[in-house]
Design a protein around this ligand. Structure first.
Ligand code: AP5
Length: 216
């Protein structure tokens, strides 16, 4: 049986969201993106959103405490029983430890971390040309996957935006934070025999094929 409790690792803009959406459909398990959950909280002006907004706009990490209960509650929902795809969590070693505890409590400790490898210079180009739909969350790229009509979401017709953290200075800060805090997770999962790495700098369909092969 293929592994369905999945974590997607990789730098900002590696294609985690793009691949998680496809895998979610193919494996019939939910895509859980902490970035999407936080952006929704910011849009709705919830207490979590008010705390997270400025931190996200600077490209830094929101505190572990703010994320723990959200992730625990989401993973405890019935739709995660057949599996899940975590995108953007864990983000540092402390969160990896917290996640291990949550999954143990839920009896879901069997997991696989899939890492997308993409060089920093490719990331800066990709994120500068990403456009996102603020209404339905669809993601485009002006170079690789543009919308049919410039500036308009193909799926819902809303106006596309450049995420505030996709400005070049913030992208570079996110990459710095990634290398310092998130990259050590590769060793964490490798040492536990739970890591598979695939190249993320080939076209999305090829990345998906490699991920599916890694999942088994
Ligand atoms: P989050 O939303 O998680 O951002 P991220 O990890 O920086 O990832 P991105 O969404 O930018 O990129 P992606 O890898 O999903 O790439 P995508 O598929 O869109 O987090 C945002 C912020 O929230 C954080 O900075 C932090 O402040 C906070 N946060 C979130 N989780 C947290 C946590 N656990 N703890 C603390 N804080 C947290 O693709 C990128 C672009 O490339 C798109 O335009 C796409 O079309 C294109 N593309 C994708 N694949 C390919 C390909 N193979 N070839 C060419 N182009 C491609």
């Amino acid at each position: 049986m293929s592994q369905k409790n999945l974590i997607l690792l990789g730098p900002p803009g590696a294609g985690k969201g793009t691949q998680a959406k496809e895998l979610s459909t193919r494996l019939s398990v939910p895509h859980i993106s902490t970035g999407d959950m936080l952006r929704e909280a910011v849009r709705e002006g919830t207490p979590l959103g008010l705390k997270a907004k400025a931190v996200m706009e600077r490209g830094e990490l929101v505190s572990d405490e703010l994320l723990t209960e959200i992730v625990r509650e989401r993973l405890a929902k019935a739709d995660c029983d057949p599996g899940f795809i975590l995108d953007g969590y864990p983000r540092n070693l402390a969160q990896a430890g917290i996640l291990a505890g949550i999954l143990e409590d839920l009896g879901k400790s069997d997991l696989l971390a899939l890492e997308l490898e993409v060089a920093d210079d490719v990331i800066v180009t990709r994120l500068g040309s990403r456009r996102s739909c603020p209404d339905c969350g669809a993601v485009y790229n002006l170079v690789f996957s543009p919308p049919a009509k410039e500036g308009v979401c193909d799926k819902c017709g809303a106006g596309l935006v450049l995420r505030k953290d996709d400005k070049e200075d913030v992208i570079r800060e996110r990459l710095r934070v990634y290398h310092e805090k998130t990259a050590p997770l590769s060793d964490y999962y490798r040492q536990r025999g739970r890591l598979k790495t695939v190249p993320g700098d080939v076209p999305p369909a090829q990345v998906l094929e490699k991920l599916e092969r890694a999942i088994g």
